[in-house]
Ligand binder design. Structure first.
Ligand SMILES: NC(=O)c1ccc[n+]([C@@H]2O[C@H](COP(=O)([O-])OP(=O)(O)OC[C@H]3O[C@@H](n4cnc5c(N)ncnc54)[C@H](OP(=O)(O)O)[C@@H]3O)[C@@H](O)[C@H]2O)c1
Length: 261
């Protein structure tokens, strides 16, 4: 892995909590082990959906932001480098529309060498702003996954601005039906998908029991904010997601954990 110096902050969540040097050689070896395990997992291709890695940063109390609309830098420069390494290992990256509205992220790979994944946004009613950086500054046009009920006029405006619109039927809550979307993505060639959040999207992925791998950064801070995961009540105790093959390492004062689900 060729690690470059952190570039100027471009989005608060996408920029480090604290500066400082990037990974040293020892840390590089541990990250290399994470990468080897993930690489082996990624080779186990599925045909009904992409391989899915959940990757997010949380405080010690399990919050991913101070509040739903409040961007919060949680990762340090080292753990953010791991996030960028993960991004470049996946064909696509998925976030919810509330993350776009709160953070205006780019979701590109900037801290390591390698291609950026295709950005996909779950947006049932096409609230995606025309000035979002994913549209204006992204390396390739984002896919906006929406429902068959969303306005065609909004779809046209977003298409004219460069976005690709993918319509799937709504689920029981009127949101994008995750399983239908995953099948469409796999059929169009997406073999691996990194899910970065926010909390509602993480919860949907866990409830649908489609997460294969987890890379979790724990920052040494209490936030008392937006919990990473909402109720998983529809799942019975026997099917709650469990971690296996756990690897963990401190990176600076962050703890990074990688595991199969
Ligand atoms: N620490 C981290 O690593 C990290 C990473 C990412 C985000 N965040 C933070 O997370 C916060 C946003 O999280 P959030 O939970 O409020 O929102 P979110 O998960 O980013 O977006 C959720 C929205 O996506 C849309 N959606 C469409 N289909 C969906 C589906 N099947 N499942 C789930 N959502 C679906 C829904 O809006 P519509 O009904 O309008 O479509 C839903 O309200 C922000 O503050 C951001 O900074 C933190």
């Amino acid at each position: 892995m060729n690690v470059r110096a952190a570039r100027a902050a471009t989005s608060l969540r996408d920029s480090p909590r604290v500066g400082g040097p990037l990974v040293d050689l020892e840390e590089l070896a541990v990250i290399g082990r994470f990468d080897t395990v993930l690489g082996a997992a990624l080779r186990r291709e599925r045909h009904d959906r992409p391989f899915i890695t959940l990757a997010f940063a949380q405080s010690v109390d399990g919050s991913i932001a101070r509040a739903s609309s409040s961007p919060t830098a949680l990762s340090n420069a080292r753990s953010l480098t791991v996030t960028h390494l993960l991004r470049t290992r996946h064909d696509a990256i998925l976030v919810g529309i509330r993350t776009v509205l709160a953070d205006d992220p780019l979701l590109t790979v900037r801290l390591v060498e390698g291609p950026s994944p295709q950005a996909i946004v779950l947006d049932s009613w096409l609230r995606f702003p025309l000035h979002a950086r994913l549209l204006v500054d992204g390396v390739r046009p984002p896919i906006i996954a929406t429902t068959t009920g969303a306005s065609e006029a909004s779809a046209e405006k977003l298409r004219a601005a460069g976005a690709r619109i993918l319509r799937v039927p709504p689920d029981a809550h009127g949101m994008v039906d995750l399983e239908a979307l995953l099948l469409r993505l796999r059929r169009s060639g997406t073999r691996s998908l990194m899910v970065e959040g926010g909390a509602r999207v993480i919860t949907s992925v866990l409830r649908a029991e489609v997460a294969d791998h987890l890379v979790l950064t724990i920052a040494p801070v209490f936030l008392g904010g937006l919990p990473a995961v909402n109720s998983l009540a529809p799942l019975d105790v026997g099917s709650l997601p469990q971690l296996r093959n756990i690897l963990h390492t401190p990176l600076g004062d962050d703890l990074v954990l990688s595991a199969s689900l």
